[in-house]
Design a protein around this ligand. Structure first.
Ligand code: CDP
Ligand code: MG
Length: 726
């Protein structure tokens, strides 16, 4: 608990009388402010803003007068960052005007909800204000972010503002990377990190204050943290008071502090007709802006990383004024990420191509034009395949408004929406469905169980997940031996919590220790935990495919990964290979496991992989055709698989994940022995004995007949949060 300066102490005494354990949990959200700010302008557009044509449809060629106006404004503001010192920039932020009020309200309340426009200074300033006000004398000021990139870049910015080296007074922690030290007072981290810290220290005593940023985004981890922190903080709350805000209602009667906004008008231009190809349309739109002569940087929103790479072809422009095309997405190496915040040289226009990471988490100054594809990628639990699938979905109206707001930060701007106004009004959801209601909850279940939350149904979720999702996740954990028949955590389950990995991957690592191949599996797991390791650049597809084929291990994509790693190692970890993903391996070694390599006996590795993925098995059915062993659903080898088109088709395979594009594709596949499936997944499979005595076969390619136990719709029931299987 916290010691205090006079004011703080007074407050403490007050609270102690209530026997409350008090900390400061602040929620910084942008939703309310942002939506209101942009909506107003949109209404203006509907009533005939300048760039809308006579027929009420959008004319993308803005009038000359408007253009001149924009030019003046943007010239004025693009000088801004150059001329002002960091301190002056800090003092110019909207939040600075309410600094003292904010500190007062935080001092007087355990929980405060802070709402303000994107770019008003919540993320970078709040932590510093608390630090300046003495909070860091009693523990760190923590600030969570749903995204890794945001945590890193904001920490960097704040360390610059304070004038220290990153990792000293101001640091960050993300999965696989802890950039903090003994000295650290302000710590930015992903919400996943804080969730894990709460495992070890449930009252988070290291912190004097915690800011949960981007709360409106409702990421899975933030949502779970709400539930956990509520138990820490709300001990003294009497009854729930319903207020306008969901958060306020959730935490009881807590104050909502609005930072007065400062935004410039944004003209919103809808597409006249639906766009068939959003990548094509975005490129075209960006070019049109670029060649228009108007000054100001461009921000393009694309759903995913692959699309961002496509848009890089903007770079190939010849005979056009200089354009610096900068992609930004969560998996981008951090040195490249930093580039988006740097000022482009004079006469060069920045064109940032981003995923929805740039919607609220990152504020880039100088953006005058936003091009919105209208799509984002979401992780959604697909009950048919029983797991999460990352798919492209239309954004919500809230996303759209947030995106357009990015153009009005430092001057008036324009937002080009590559969808029709009617699509916006009639087809888009008002807000995105919270992650907790649409994804696999296996890790959440594991975590809560290990925190001693026995009854998951009574856990205080802001929006409880659908019971089916919860059930399915528990079932998956039961299959993997993490939960026993009563729903309690098994020793394996307890070990699994420690790994920041998918349950099946944790299981694979744990099993590998017993099987004597942990060093090898560690590499496989690391390779699976990083973004795609193979590149396939445009125009050099064949060349890259050939290089890739050289690594192929015919019976397994997992082993192919291992092979790639081994060769990289044999080449002294040459810089060609030296990418971020290999750092992960290093970080994984911290897990203090017995590292044993099985040498060249790769069958053991395949068996180990089978031990964790037997529930995702497919059986050969005709030439090159596979069906899921349990469900009979057809599934296909991905063309990038080592097993694809090799004329080698094992009877049984397991897969890492299913991707759904035109067909259901199994990605990352390994041939397994039918007997292994029966041995490792006895709840699903057993050997058919055709009269002969059972023999352990060495050759997995030999036909082996398996019975499938029909328990894919098991009599499994959820009772007070426990699984029971009959
Ligand atoms: O959190 P909020 O959206 O309210 O604003 P912020 O992220 O604290 O941004 C405040 C200011 O810091 C903006 O003007 C940003 O451009 C600037 N900033 C920056 O220059 N570099 C960063 N990595 C983060 C913020
Ligand atoms: Mg922020």
């Amino acid at each position: 608990s916290r010691k205090g300066s006079q004011l703080v102490r007074k407050h403490r005494e007050q609270k102690e009388r209530k026997k409350a354990q008090h900390k400061h949990w602040e929620l910084a959200g942008t939703k309310l402010g942002d939506i209101m700010g942009v909506k107003k302008k949109e209404e203006e557009d509907l009533s005939g803003g300048k760039p809308v044509g006579e027929d009420g449809k959008v004319d993308y060629r803005a009038e000359q007068k408007f253009a001149d106006h924009m030019k003046e404004k943007s010239e004025a503001s693009s000088d801004f960052a150059k001329k002002k010192t960091l301190l002056e920039q800090r003092q110019y932020l909207p939040i600075f005007a309410v600094r003292q009020q904010l500190l007062n309200i935080i001092r007087d309340n355990s929980i405060v909800i802070v709402v303000g426009e994107t770019g008003s200074g919540k993320t970078t300033q709040l932590t510093q204000y608390l630090h300046e006000d003495g909070y860091t004398s009693y523990g760190m000021v923590g600030c969570t972010q749903p995204r890794r990139v945001a945590a890193m870049s904001v920490a960097k910015r704040v360390s610059e503002e304070i004038g220290t080296n990153l990792g000293e007074e101001v640091g960050y922690a993300i999965r696989f990377e802890d950039c903090t030290s003994e000295k650290t007072l302000i710590k930015y981290m992903t919400d996943g990190i804080l969730l894990r810290e709460s495992l070890r220290e449930s009252d988070l005593d290291h912190y004097s204050a915690v800011i949960m940023d981007e709360a409106h985004e409702r990421s899975l981890n933030t949502d779970v943290l709400f539930g956990l922190l509520r138990e820490v903080v709300v001990l003294c709350q009497d009854t729930m008071t319903s207020t306008i805000s969901l958060f306020a209602a959730f935490f009881g009667n807590v104050p909502i502090f609005h930072i007065p906004g400062r935004t410039f008008p944004v003209d919103i231009l809808f597409s006249k007709t639906p766009q068939e190809d959003y990548v094509e349309a975005s490129v075209k739109q960006a070019l049109q802006i670029h060649l228009s002569g108007l000054i100001g940087d461009i921000l393009i929103f694309m759903p995913g990383q692959e699309d961002i790479e496509i848009v890089e072809r903007l770079e190939d422009l010849e005979n056009a004024p200089a354009l610096a095309v900068l992609p930004i997405y969560s998996q981008l190496p951090s040195d490249l990420q930093a580039k988006i915040f740097q000022k482009a040289p004079d006469g060069v226009r920045k064109c940032i191509v981003a995923t929805n990471i740039a919607e609220t988490s990152l504020t880039v100054d100088g953006i005058m034009f936003v091009v919105d594809s209208g799509y984002c990628k979401l992780k959604v639990f697909n009950p048919r395949i029983g797991m999460d699938a990352l798919q492209v979905y239309p954004i919500s109206q809230a996303n759209a408004n947030q995106r357009s707001g990015r153009a009005g930060r430092t001057g008036p701007g324009q937002c080009y929406r590559l969808y029709t106004q009617s699509a916006y009004k009639n087809e888009m959801l008002t807000t995105t469905i919270p992650e907790i209601q649409r994804t696999n909850l296996a890790n959440v279940v594991l975590l809560l169980k290990s925190l001693g939350v026995q009854d998951l149904l009574l856990f205080h979720f802001m929006d409880p997940p659908p019971e089916d999702n919860m059930l399915n996740s528990m079932y998956q954990l039961w299959i993997l031996g993490a939960l026993d028949n009563t729903g309690a955590l098994t020793p394996t389950g307890r070990l699994m919590v420690e790994f920041p990995l998918d349950p099946a991957l944790s299981k694979m690592l744990i099993v590998s220790c017993d099987m004597g191949c942990s060093a090898d599996i560690l590499i496989v797991v690391s390779m699976l935990s990083v973004p795609a390791i193979f590149y396939r650049p445009k125009g050099r597809e064949e060349e890259s495919d050939q290089v890739r084929e050289k690594f192929s291990v015919p019976e397994s994509d997992h082993l192919t990964y291992l092979n790639v790693y081994m060769q990289w190692k044999n080449n002294n970890y040459s810089s060609v290979w030296c990418n971020e993903h290999f750092i992960h391996t290093k970080a994984m070694r911290k897990q203090r496991m017995n590292l044993i390599s099985c040498g060249s006996d790769w069958d053991i590795i395949r068996k180990c992989i089978c031990a964790a993925y037997f529930h995702q098995a497919a059986k050969l059915k005709g030439i090159g055709e596979y069906v899921n062993v349990r469900t009979g659903m057809p599934c296909h080898l991905h063309p990038t698989s080592s097993l694809f088109g090799m004329g080698y088709t094992p009877d049984y395979i397991i897969y890492h994940e299913l991707v759904m594009t035109t067909k259901e594709y199994m990605q990352c596949v390994t041939a397994v022995d039918g007997e292994w499936l029966a041995e490792l997944g006895p709840m699903f499979y057993s050997i058919k004995h055709a009269g002969k005595s059972r023999q352990v076969r060495k050759d997995y390619a030999e036909p082996c007949s398996l019975h499938t136990r029909f328990i894919h719709n098991p009599a499994i029931s959820i009772q007070r949060g426990n699984v029971s299987v009959s």
